[in-house]
Write a protein that binds this ligand. Structure first.
Ligand code: NI
Length: 449
């Protein structure tokens, strides 16, 4: 890895970057070059301080999935001030800004997610969240513990930088600010169904109409600072909620023969499900994970209850394996419960995110621009068993997703509190780095033949 980032940030002082430099040879389509990157970097450095202010403001005012009203208003106002066409209320509270370049060409999209998490913040930052909101009928603290505040600030910065280069842009850039990445904003109905949310709802609202490629990033405290982590093919797992209702027949704890004990049946189901990954799926192809994270049953030590409810998650890296695992989880749970006279009813959702997969062709084509924008600091990372609904966009158009390393200053990335920790924090110096990489990928895509 070539540590050239400090040199890149010097570009601001060189004053070389002008919109005209974006396309040094307008008649000839070509990938982003150093002069083009310098123009982008100059523009990004010009909004670096604003990005920090936006990030802190959004951090202090976090909003839960589907409730991103204040954040969406802030974004929409900014995009309007930049002279863009702005759509609001897209797939819920989503905002889309369209920047039409001065020259005809392709359409590329950049995406940031806007929502925060129902959890406390213990960072002690001067702009730490004190927000509360209602989540599934309970009052909960709300915190930007996944860095989506930084994603919004970076994309607002990239939007301002690219708006300043509008005349030279050969095509259109869509800025997609997405709600509800973290999950369904409402409780499922009796059948386990919820209305579409997040990326899926935006896709259904037509946000990808005419779009030829989409790019997005996730900030991470567990990668070295200023490094882009990427991989071709499956990057992040598909995620499916598992819900299992084990129906027995209640009775006295002293006479289990006169009852059907759903506690014992559910216990056997939990153990049996471990064989789906270890014995039933071909894990030489891709890894998979099944975790049961929640079990509820019974009210008293000597009462056999009527039923047990269990919730869990399935993580897969291949759509075929995912479909296979869903079937096998159902069959395994039903058959094990039946063996003791109980009945298992299995359903999946509301979270059902596909695998986040970077297509080989787009990855290969985008890497030179990513590496240029990162000063060479880009590295292939292992698969991530976490999930991302960016995959819903990738189902419709080629999309490239990557991580941006930004552990807090003075913290080792190997031990820094991870995303979703109440201690999660980032290095704000990486905001311009992320914004520059997004803008560079968009310009490069528009310029490439
Ligand atoms: Ni996230």
């Amino acid at each position: 890895m070539r540590p050239a980032l400090s040199r890149l940030s010097l570009a601001a002082t060189l004053a070389l970057g002008t919109a005209a430099a974006l396309l040094s040879a307008p008649a000839r389509a070509q990938a982003l070059d150093a002069a083009g990157l310098q123009a982008i970097d100059t523009a990004i450095q010009g909004v670096a301080a604003k990005m920090v202010r936006w990030r802190r403001d959004i951090h202090q005012h976090p909003e839960l999935s589907g409730q991103e009203v204040r954040t969406a208003a802030l974004v929409a106002q900014h995009l309007r001030q930049l002279g863009m066409e702005v759509q609001t209320g897209v797939g819920g509270t989503g905002v889309v800004g369209t920047l039409r370049g001065g020259r005809p060409g392709k359409v590329v999209a950049l995406r940031a997610d806007m929502d925060a998490l129902p959890m406390p913040e213990n960072t002690g930052l001067p702009f730490a969240s004190q927000a509360k909101a209602s989540y599934l009928g309970k009052d909960v603290p709300v915190t930007h513990a996944c860095g989506h505040d930084a994603h919004v600030a970076m994309l607002m910065g990239a939007a301002e930088a690219l708006a300043g280069m509008k005349a030279a842009l050969p095509g259109t850039v869509k800025f997609i600010f997405q709600p509800a990445e973290e999950g369904a904003p409402v409780e499922p109905d009796a059948s386990g169904k919820v209305p579409s949310f997040g990326a899926k709802a935006m896709v259904e609202a037509g946000v990808l109409k005419d779009v030829q490629a989409i790019y997005g990033l996730h900030i991470s405290s567990n990668l070295p600072s200023g490094v882009a982590g990427y991989r071709s093919g499956p990057l992040m797992a598909g995620s499916d909620n598992i819900h299992i209702h084990v129906e027995g027949r209640g009775g006295h704890g002293s006479s289990p023969w006169a009852a059907v004990d759903p506690i014992v049946a559910a216990s056997q189901v939990v153990l049996g499900l471990q064989t789906v990954v270890s014995r039933q799926l071909n894990i030489s192809q891709e890894p998979a994970v099944i975790t049961i994270g929640q079990i509820q049953g019974g009210t008293r030590y000597n009462i056999i209850p009527d039923f047990v409810e269990m919730m869990g998650t399935l993580r897969t890296f291949d759509e075929g394996m995912r479909q296979d695992a869903l079937k096998r989880i159902t069959t395994t749970a039903e058959a094990i419960a039946a063996s003791s006279g109980a009945k298992a009813r299995v359903r999946f959702g509301p979270v059902a995110y596909p695998v986040t997969t970077n297509p080989a062709a787009l990855t290969e084509a985008s890497l030179p621009a990513l590496k240029l924008a990162m000063g060479g600091k880009a590295a292939v990372i292992p698969k991530v068993s976490g999930s991302e609904d960016f995959s819903e966009f990738q189902k419709v158009v080629p999309g490239f997703f990557y991580f941006l390393g930004a552990p807090p200053k003075g913290k080792d990335y190997r031990t820094a509190p991870p995303n979703h920790s109440p201690l999660f924090d980032i290095d704000e110096d990486q905001l311009p780095v992320g914004a520059r990489s997004l803008a560079a990928l968009a310009v490069d895509f528009l310029q490439r033949p």
